[in-house]
Design a binder for this molecule. Sequence first.
Ligand code: GAR
Length: 201
Amino acid sequence: MTRVAILISGGGSNMVRLVESMTGDHPARPCLVISNEPAAGGLTKAAARGVPIATVDHRADPNRAAFEAALGAELDAARPDILALAGFMRILTEPFVRRWEGRMLNIHPSLLPKYPGLHTHARAIGAGDAEAGCTVHEVTADLDAGPILGQARVPVRPDDTPDTLAARVLVEEHRLYPAVLRRFATGDRSRLDLPYASAMD
Ligand code: GAR
Protein backbone atom coordinates (compact mmCIF):
# COMPACT_ATOMS: atom_id res chain seq x y z
CA MET A 1 0.00 0.00 0.00
CA THR A 2 1.30 3.42 -0.97
CA ARG A 3 1.84 5.69 2.02
CA VAL A 4 0.95 9.38 1.84
CA ALA A 5 2.08 12.12 4.22
CA ILE A 6 0.10 15.36 4.04
CA LEU A 7 1.69 18.69 4.97
CA ILE A 8 -0.60 21.49 6.17
CA SER A 9 -0.45 24.93 7.78
CA GLY A 10 -4.13 25.75 8.35
CA GLY A 11 -7.67 24.49 8.34
CA GLY A 12 -6.88 21.47 6.26
CA SER A 13 -10.04 21.18 4.17
CA ASN A 14 -8.05 19.73 1.26
CA MET A 15 -6.27 17.37 3.65
CA VAL A 16 -9.64 16.10 4.92
CA ARG A 17 -10.74 15.40 1.35
CA LEU A 18 -7.51 13.54 0.64
CA VAL A 19 -7.73 11.48 3.83
CA GLU A 20 -11.37 10.60 3.23
CA SER A 21 -10.61 9.57 -0.36
CA MET A 22 -8.01 6.99 0.69
CA THR A 23 -10.29 4.09 1.57
CA GLY A 24 -11.53 0.92 -0.07
CA ASP A 25 -9.77 0.08 -3.32
CA HIS A 26 -7.71 3.28 -3.29
CA PRO A 27 -4.04 2.34 -3.74
CA ALA A 28 -2.86 4.67 -0.95
CA ARG A 29 -3.42 5.38 2.72
CA PRO A 30 -2.52 8.42 4.85
CA CYS A 31 0.43 7.73 7.17
CA LEU A 32 0.93 11.22 8.67
CA VAL A 33 -0.50 14.72 8.74
CA ILE A 34 2.19 17.21 9.71
CA SER A 35 1.92 20.95 10.29
CA ASN A 36 4.41 23.75 10.74
CA GLU A 37 1.68 25.58 12.70
CA PRO A 38 0.92 24.06 16.13
CA ALA A 39 -2.50 25.78 16.06
CA ALA A 40 -3.49 24.48 12.62
CA GLY A 41 -7.12 23.39 12.75
CA GLY A 42 -6.37 20.54 10.40
CA LEU A 43 -4.41 18.66 13.09
CA THR A 44 -7.48 17.92 15.18
CA LYS A 45 -9.43 16.98 12.04
CA ALA A 46 -6.71 14.49 11.09
CA ALA A 47 -6.52 13.03 14.59
CA ALA A 48 -10.33 12.67 14.65
CA ARG A 49 -10.00 10.57 11.49
CA GLY A 50 -7.39 8.32 13.07
CA VAL A 51 -4.40 9.69 11.15
CA PRO A 52 -1.11 10.13 13.06
CA ILE A 53 -0.24 13.82 13.46
CA ALA A 54 2.95 15.77 14.10
CA THR A 55 3.98 19.39 14.42
CA VAL A 56 7.28 20.99 13.51
CA ASP A 57 6.97 24.64 14.51
CA HIS A 58 9.10 26.64 12.08
CA ARG A 59 9.49 29.39 14.70
CA ALA A 60 11.16 26.95 17.09
CA ASP A 61 14.03 26.27 14.71
CA PRO A 62 16.85 28.77 14.24
CA ASN A 63 16.82 28.65 10.45
CA ARG A 64 15.25 27.01 7.42
CA ALA A 65 17.80 24.18 7.32
CA ALA A 66 17.08 23.23 10.93
CA PHE A 67 13.33 23.37 10.30
CA GLU A 68 13.65 21.14 7.26
CA ALA A 69 15.90 18.70 9.13
CA ALA A 70 13.24 18.38 11.84
CA LEU A 71 10.50 18.04 9.23
CA GLY A 72 12.56 15.42 7.39
CA ALA A 73 13.08 13.41 10.58
CA GLU A 74 9.33 13.26 11.25
CA LEU A 75 8.68 12.28 7.65
CA ASP A 76 11.37 9.60 7.66
CA ALA A 77 9.78 8.05 10.73
CA ALA A 78 6.44 7.83 8.91
CA ARG A 79 8.02 6.26 5.77
CA PRO A 80 5.80 8.00 3.18
CA ASP A 81 6.05 7.19 -0.52
CA ILE A 82 4.30 10.43 -1.51
CA LEU A 83 4.17 13.88 0.11
CA ALA A 84 1.04 15.93 -0.53
CA LEU A 85 1.26 19.63 0.32
CA ALA A 86 -2.24 20.86 1.15
CA GLY A 87 -2.23 24.50 2.20
CA PHE A 88 1.35 24.18 3.43
CA MET A 89 2.57 27.77 3.51
CA ARG A 90 6.35 27.37 3.92
CA ILE A 91 8.68 27.55 0.96
CA LEU A 92 10.89 24.45 0.86
CA THR A 93 14.54 24.72 -0.12
CA GLU A 94 16.17 22.96 -3.01
CA PRO A 95 17.90 20.18 -1.00
CA PHE A 96 14.59 19.20 0.62
CA VAL A 97 12.71 19.34 -2.67
CA ARG A 98 15.37 17.31 -4.48
CA ARG A 99 15.07 14.55 -1.92
CA TRP A 100 11.37 14.17 -2.63
CA GLU A 101 11.29 15.22 -6.26
CA GLY A 102 8.89 13.12 -8.31
CA ARG A 103 7.09 12.11 -5.13
CA MET A 104 5.78 15.48 -3.89
CA LEU A 105 2.54 17.18 -4.97
CA ASN A 106 1.06 20.58 -4.22
CA ILE A 107 -2.28 22.24 -4.78
CA HIS A 108 -2.21 25.88 -5.75
CA PRO A 109 -5.25 28.17 -6.05
CA SER A 110 -4.67 29.50 -9.56
CA LEU A 111 -4.43 28.27 -13.11
CA LEU A 112 -0.65 27.96 -13.19
CA PRO A 113 1.53 29.25 -14.75
CA LYS A 114 -0.64 32.26 -13.90
CA TYR A 115 -0.23 33.69 -10.43
CA PRO A 116 2.36 31.65 -8.55
CA GLY A 117 2.81 32.80 -4.95
CA LEU A 118 0.20 34.56 -2.85
CA HIS A 119 -3.04 36.57 -3.34
CA THR A 120 -3.98 34.56 -6.41
CA HIS A 121 -7.70 35.43 -6.37
CA ALA A 122 -7.19 39.16 -5.96
CA ARG A 123 -4.71 39.05 -8.82
CA ALA A 124 -7.11 37.16 -11.11
CA ILE A 125 -9.92 39.65 -10.35
CA GLY A 126 -7.59 42.61 -10.75
CA ALA A 127 -6.47 41.36 -14.15
CA GLY A 128 -10.08 41.06 -15.33
CA ASP A 129 -9.74 37.32 -15.95
CA ALA A 130 -12.91 35.54 -17.08
CA GLU A 131 -11.89 32.31 -15.40
CA ALA A 132 -9.85 31.17 -12.43
CA GLY A 133 -9.16 27.80 -10.87
CA CYS A 134 -6.67 25.55 -9.20
CA THR A 135 -3.72 23.41 -10.16
CA VAL A 136 -2.16 20.25 -8.75
CA HIS A 137 1.49 20.03 -9.73
CA GLU A 138 4.67 18.24 -8.87
CA VAL A 139 6.89 20.24 -6.56
CA THR A 140 10.26 21.24 -7.97
CA ALA A 141 12.81 23.74 -6.72
CA ASP A 142 11.10 26.55 -8.66
CA LEU A 143 8.10 27.85 -6.70
CA ASP A 144 4.75 26.70 -8.13
CA ALA A 145 6.41 25.78 -11.44
CA GLY A 146 6.64 21.97 -11.44
CA PRO A 147 4.92 19.73 -14.00
CA ILE A 148 1.16 20.20 -13.99
CA LEU A 149 -0.84 17.06 -13.11
CA GLY A 150 -4.31 18.56 -13.18
CA GLN A 151 -6.41 21.71 -13.29
CA ALA A 152 -10.00 22.67 -12.56
CA ARG A 153 -11.54 25.90 -13.80
CA VAL A 154 -14.29 28.15 -12.49
CA PRO A 155 -15.88 31.30 -13.93
CA VAL A 156 -15.03 34.67 -12.39
CA ARG A 157 -18.28 36.56 -11.72
CA PRO A 158 -18.55 40.32 -12.17
CA ASP A 159 -19.36 40.84 -8.48
CA ASP A 160 -16.65 38.49 -7.17
CA THR A 161 -14.43 39.44 -4.27
CA PRO A 162 -11.27 37.47 -3.49
CA ASP A 163 -13.29 35.64 -0.82
CA THR A 164 -16.21 34.62 -3.04
CA LEU A 165 -13.83 33.51 -5.77
CA ALA A 166 -11.70 31.58 -3.28
CA ALA A 167 -14.80 29.75 -2.05
CA ARG A 168 -15.77 28.78 -5.62
CA VAL A 169 -12.24 27.58 -6.36
CA LEU A 170 -12.00 25.64 -3.09
CA VAL A 171 -15.00 23.49 -4.08
CA GLU A 172 -13.03 22.50 -7.19
CA GLU A 173 -9.82 21.94 -5.20
CA HIS A 174 -11.75 19.36 -3.21
CA ARG A 175 -12.68 17.51 -6.42
CA LEU A 176 -9.36 17.86 -8.16
CA TYR A 177 -6.80 16.94 -5.51
CA PRO A 178 -8.24 13.52 -4.54
CA ALA A 179 -8.68 12.65 -8.22
CA VAL A 180 -5.09 13.56 -9.08
CA LEU A 181 -3.64 11.86 -6.00
CA ARG A 182 -5.42 8.63 -6.83
CA ARG A 183 -4.02 8.66 -10.37
CA PHE A 184 -0.54 9.64 -9.15
CA ALA A 185 -0.53 6.77 -6.62
CA THR A 186 -1.06 4.33 -9.50
CA GLY A 187 1.83 5.90 -11.45
CA ASP A 188 -0.40 7.89 -13.81
CA ARG A 189 1.09 11.35 -14.31
CA SER A 190 -1.00 12.28 -17.32
CA ARG A 191 -2.78 15.59 -16.98
CA LEU A 192 -6.36 15.70 -15.64
CA ASP A 193 -8.61 18.62 -16.62
CA LEU A 194 -11.89 18.80 -14.76
CA PRO A 195 -14.77 20.63 -16.41
CA TYR A 196 -16.67 23.10 -14.28
CA ALA A 197 -19.65 21.23 -12.90
CA SER A 198 -21.10 23.23 -10.04
CA ALA A 199 -24.89 22.91 -9.73
CA MET A 200 -25.02 26.44 -8.32
CA ASP A 201 -24.10 28.21 -11.56
C1 GAR B 1 -6.10 26.19 -0.42
O1 GAR B 1 -6.91 27.10 -1.14
C2 GAR B 1 -4.81 25.93 -1.15
O2 GAR B 1 -4.95 25.89 -2.55
C3 GAR B 1 -3.98 27.10 -0.72
O3 GAR B 1 -4.28 27.27 0.63
C4 GAR B 1 -5.62 26.83 0.88
C5 GAR B 1 -5.60 25.86 2.03
O4 GAR B 1 -6.89 25.52 2.42
N1 GAR B 1 -2.59 26.85 -0.93
C6 GAR B 1 -1.71 27.80 -1.23
O5 GAR B 1 -2.00 28.96 -1.35
C7 GAR B 1 -0.31 27.29 -1.43
N2 GAR B 1 0.56 28.34 -1.84
P1 GAR B 1 -7.14 24.22 3.31
O6 GAR B 1 -6.18 24.29 4.50
O7 GAR B 1 -8.57 24.37 3.75
O8 GAR B 1 -6.91 23.02 2.47
